[in-house]
Design a protein around this ligand. Structure first.
Ligand code: ADP
Ligand code: ASP
Ligand code: MG
Length: 444
């Protein structure tokens, strides 16, 4: 069985949703189809939530009316029969009546906001399933809230997911297409929750890992993973093959095409991940797997913003053993992952992207260390490829390309697949462009 995930733009217009039917039914073989919300819907639902949190009920109601009008137009074009349209209308009327009931609550909390934002995927999957039925396809909807769950640390509960999914699938052996919602899940309190923005990719990989799928396909609006961020850099091109490790680094360090955690579940079970373009289904896209042949030394570059760099100096002088442990204990205590680290004899610099507990962390570090003023608004630029330890000349190529840009930190050697640079975000676009020109061959 394969798992195919379609993102917001791939289901955002009625004709796109129709073309997904053609794609998933083109070849035989059962598939689990994971859908995101229609493009723009998650942002609209979050905007409603913001208005409600601020007690601006009229503003929220206007947003709800606008979104309802959008869905009314959508179903008019999607369905071909009177009966199909009536089913579509029943779906949106029921879900919008739930949205309106949330908007009418006296006190709107974070719990309600999570229910609100889940409505995007809840509607897209019902509409697609109803459309498939109208077209006579063998289809069933598997509600993600019945099998997708996270623990108190927001980590997916892999064993539970696998067991529950197995049970649900056992009851549907006669169906060809099993549709489910990306992004949404339940938390340990049984409430509706989610896997964070862009989380539908993660859902697809969690399902693919849980059933040890033949392949996971992520369908989006671009021809696979490009060698650099196409939103920023002018001349980018698709990379046809990547190792799991390489793709994981790129996703974690900002390549928006994949949610940061997507690769882990697939890699654990050795399930290949293929990135495909809904607008050009015959284009080869990118395949991500455990072994690849050949390929360029430097494969791709990604960047992650909103990074804070913290500079810590030991108050004891030389040979301060135990110092690093004390430093990292503080980050562990506040559940804050550290991305980059550089050290000297008495100093250590670290970067974090979650600065929610920054003040508590720095206060605690000051009890045993001197801190320099931390730098906010930094970007990690991550260069990914095959950097075998006995190869020479890679670092010089990279530094030569960015010699005009001030570099705050450099991390090299921890993995054979990643070299990272920290720069002020003001220099990020310039650095990405300069690295693109300096590290890749183009037909000039
Ligand atoms: P979806 O809604 O299908 O999940 P996303 O917008 O989340 O789609 O991801 C696809 C987008 O990711 C592309 O349109 C592209 O602008 C952006 N992107 C950023 N970095 C890369 C990259 N290295 N390769 C390909 N796309 C990238
Ligand atoms: N709809 C969610 C979002 O916009 C999840 C996803 O698209 O992957 O973040
Ligand atoms: Mg996405």
């Amino acid at each position: 069985m394969q798992v195919w995930k379609f993102g917001g733009t791939s289901v955002g217009k009625p004709e796109r949703m129709k073309s997904i039917r053609d794609l998933v039914t083109a070849n035989s073989g059962r598939k689990i189809v994971v859908l995101s919300a229609l493009s723009g819907t998650t942002n609209a639902l979050l905007a409603m939530g913001e208005s409600l949190m601020a007690n601006k009920k009229e503003e929220a109601k206007k947003l709800i009316d606008d979104l309802y009008a959008h869905y009314s137009d959508f179903i008019q074009e999607l369905f071909n029969t009177e009966e199909g349209l009536a089913n579509g209308k029943a779906i949106i009327d029921k879900e919008f009546s739930f949205i309106r009931s949330l908007a009418n609550l006296k006190i709107y909390t974070l719990k309600h906001d999570k229910q609100m934002v889940a409505q995007g995927e809840i509607m897209s999957t019902q509409l697609f399933t109803a459309y498939m039925k109208e077209q006579g396809e063998s289809v069933v909807l598997l509600p993600a809230l019945e099998f997708m769950s996270i623990d108190a640390d927001n980590e997916p509960e892999l064993i539970k997911i696998e067991e529950k999914l197995e049970g649900l699938l056992a009851g549907q052996t006669d169906k060809q297409i099993l549709v489910t919602q990306g992004f949404i899940c339940r938390n340990p309190r049984g409430e509706v929750d989610n896997l964070k923005r862009g989380g539908s990719d993660y859902t697809a990989s969690l399902i693919g890992g849980a059933i040890t799928a033949e392949e996971i396909q992520i369908w989006t609006d671009i021809d696979g993973m490009h060698n650099n961020d196409p939103r920023i850099v002018k001349r980018t091109f698709p990379v046809r093959e990547l190792l799991f490790e390489e793709a994981a680094e790129l996703a974690y360090f900002g390549a928006k095409i994949l949610h940061p955690s997507t690769i882990t579940p697939a890699k654990m079970r050795g399930v290949p991940v293929r990135l495909k373009n809904t607008m050009a289904p015959d284009a080869p896209g990118t395949v991500i797997k455990s072994e690849i042949t050949g390929g360029a030394e430097i494969k791709a570059i990604a960047a992650k913003d909103n990074i804070t760099a913290i500079y810590v100096h030991s108050t004891r002088m030389l040979n301060a053993y135990g110092f690093l442990r004390k430093v990292f204990d503080v980050f562990e205590k506040y559940k804050t992952p550290v991305d980059m680290i550089t050290t000297s004899e008495v100093s250590v610099a670290v970067t974090i992207d979650n600065s929610e507990n920054l003040d508590k962390i720095t206060d605690e570090l000051r009890t045993f260390a001197d801190l320099e003023e931390h730098d906010r608004n930094q970007s990690i630029i991550c260069i990914v490829g095959n950097f075998l330890a006995d190869k020479s000349g890679i670092a010089i190529k990279i530094l030569e390309a960015v010699k005009h840009i001030p570099i705050r930190m450099i991390s090299y050697g921890a993995s054979e697949h990643n070299i990272s640079l920290l720069v002020d975000s003001a220099h990020k676009n310039d650095a990405l462009e300069a690295l693109n020109e300096g590290l890749f061959q183009f037909d000039k």
